[in-house]
Ligand binder design. Structure first.
Ligand SMILES: Cc1cc2nc3c(=O)[nH]c(=O)nc-3n(C[C@H](O)[C@H](O)[C@H](O)COP(=O)(O)OP(=O)(O)OC[C@H]3O[C@@H](n4cnc5c(N)ncnc54)[C@H](O)[C@@H]3O)c2cc1C
Length: 186
């Protein structure tokens, strides 16, 4: 396997915390952290060693930090058996994680203005992208949408890293009420 390819690793959970409608898990995974480029995701085995759940679950990498040699954070909403199991993980549990996977976002060579648009948990990979773009001198503006206020991803971080952050929710509980072309036009 090349130095740039994905690695499979059993990594300790550093912490699990609630963030509105999501859970955020940080794992210590230096091999994944050092290879990561924005836009990539991890694939996580769920259910434990004796589980009949064979398929791994994919999650976008939301943050990478140099702590403990390299940590990786992903956020998820509980949908079914795999994410319910993940939400019950605690510090020092081990997770079997493969990554980083997927094609990274292409980055502009010159400083340009970038509008990053994402919905719900689909906004996760935009945060490391915003950091990479800022490091290249690009202006970053966020437009983040979700079904409701508690599903808008990392609104505070978006405000901090971007020049402007605009929010929309389907039910109007946060930001502009939006979603359908009709409501955009209204
Ligand atoms: C590349 C990639 C990156 C992803 N990144 C993230 C991320 O950062 N954060 C995140 O929360 N999710 C993300 N997802 C979605 C996530 O992988 C799924 O929500 C997860 O695999 C569900 O696993 P589960 O075992 O809990 O549900 P399952 O048991 O597999 O499914 C249970 C039920 O929920 C339905 N379901 C499954 N997923 C979803 C969904 N996303 N929305 C609505 N219904 C669903 C299924 O159809 C099924 O009926 C990503 C998916 C992909 C492909």
């Amino acid at each position: 396997m090349s130095d740039h390819g994905p690695v499979q690793t059993r990594c300790p959970v550093l912490n699990v915390r609630r963030v509105d409608a999501y859970y955020a898990i940080t794992v210590v995974a230096p091999g994944i952290a050092e290879r990561f480029r924005s836009g990539q995701f991890v694939s996580v085995a769920v259910g434990g060693d004796h589980s009949s759940t064979l398929l791994r679950r994919p999650f976008a990498i939301h943050d990478v930090k140099p702590d403990y040699g390299g940590t990786v954070e992903f956020l998820f909403a509980v949908r079914g058996t795999g994410t319910a199991w993940l939400a019950e993980r605690r510090s020092r549990d081990l997770l079997d994680v493969v990554g980083p996977l997927g094609r990274p976002f292409p980055l502009p060579r010159d400083p340009v203005n970038c509008v990053l648009v994402g919905g719900g948990s689909g906004s996760a990979p935009l945060f490391p992208l915003a950091q990479s773009l800022r490091r290249r001198g690009c202006r970053v503006d966020f437009v983040l949408g979700a079904a409701s206020a508690d599903r808008v991803f990392s609104a505070i971080t978006a405000r901090r890293v971007a020049e402007t952050a605009t929010f929309t929710t389907d039910d109007g509980s946060f930001g502009t009420r939006g979603g359908s072309p009709t409501s955009w036009a209204a």
